[in-house]
Design a protein around this ligand. Structure first.
Ligand code: OAD
Length: 235
């Protein structure tokens, strides 16, 4: 722990990759593992462009349920520790796979959202994106002013990542002296590929997770514990 603390303290370039585990202590369910959403639901029914084309109402009902749940959640000690780390680090990038907006609400600034944002909607006809904080809608699926169907501006299975976010993430991970990987099962690509990328580019890699992941063996330090307990000790 002491050594990892020192790496984070001395680094001037830090990149962080977070996954659903950092929001678990806020009461937001993860996708895999005990209580995970993908144990209860099939991603192909809810999180693919085909599912949305077939049944946009059902897909939207699931997103409205998540909006309600997340709107009642508060950022955790893990989210807050990353804000503190950002404030004292000259170059800091927070790459997240999460779409819940809890990093924004905690006060993180330089956030790179690889999988989009559940609080943004995109028109499937005109392409316009707008922030939309509603937790209920007069009709589902909601429609754009132009009449087109709105969809959540998130990345579904089979869709490419936003190119700019991906480029920012790759650059940050390649340039980082320390890469901190928090609460991700590290099985969803291309995001998980950022871990070996950082390692190969020479970063010291620190992992914080309740369980071992496919990359636990190649990282420099692997802490098994809750993000909300380990991160405040590391920062
Ligand atoms: P997962 O649900 O796959 O993994 C969550 C990870 O967090 C697991 O490895 C848990 O062991 C760990 N974990 C749980 N609670 C924790 C805690 N309190 N502290 C630390 N770790 C904890 O979530 P992601 O890796 O984020 O994709 O999943 C990646 C992508 O798959 C998501 O972005 C989503 C999903 O399908 C899209 O929406 C495109």
């Amino acid at each position: 722990m002491e050594e990892a603390r020192r790496w984070l303290e001395e680094a001037s370039r830090i990149a962080v990759l977070t996954g659903a585990g950092i929001s678990a202590e806020s009461g937001v369910p993860t996708f895999r593992g005990a209580g995970g959403l993908w144990r209860q639901y099939r991603p192909e029914d809810l999180a693919t462009p085909e599912a949305f084309a077939r049944d946009p109402k059902t897909v939207w009902e699931w997103y409205v349920w998540r909006r309600k749940l997340i709107s009642k959640a508060q950022p955790s000690a893990g989210h807050r520790a990353l804000v503190e780390l950002e404030e004292r680090t000259p170059q800091f990038t927070l790459v997240t796979q999460n779409v819940d907006g809890l990093h924004d609400r905690a006060g993180s600034r330089n956030i790179c959202k690889l999988h989009g944002d559940l609080w943004v909607v995109r028109c499937t006809a005109c392409g316009r994106e707008t922030w939309d904080g509603r937790t209920s809608f007069p009709e589902l699926p909601p429609r754009c002013e132009c009449g087109g169907l709105l969809r959540p501006a998130v990345v579904w299975f089979g869709e490419p990542l936003p190119p700019e976010a991906w480029q920012t993430a790759e650059e940050a991970m390649s340039a980082a002296e320390v890469a901190l990987i928090v609460g991700t099962s590290a099985v969803v690509y291309p995001a998980a590929g950022l871990i070996p990328l950082a390692k190969q580019a020479g970063a010291k890699v620190i992992e914080v997770n309740l369980e071992a992941t496919p990359y636990s063996g190649i990282v420099d330090k692997s802490f098994r514990g809750k993000a909300g307990e380990v991160l405040p000790q590391l920062v």
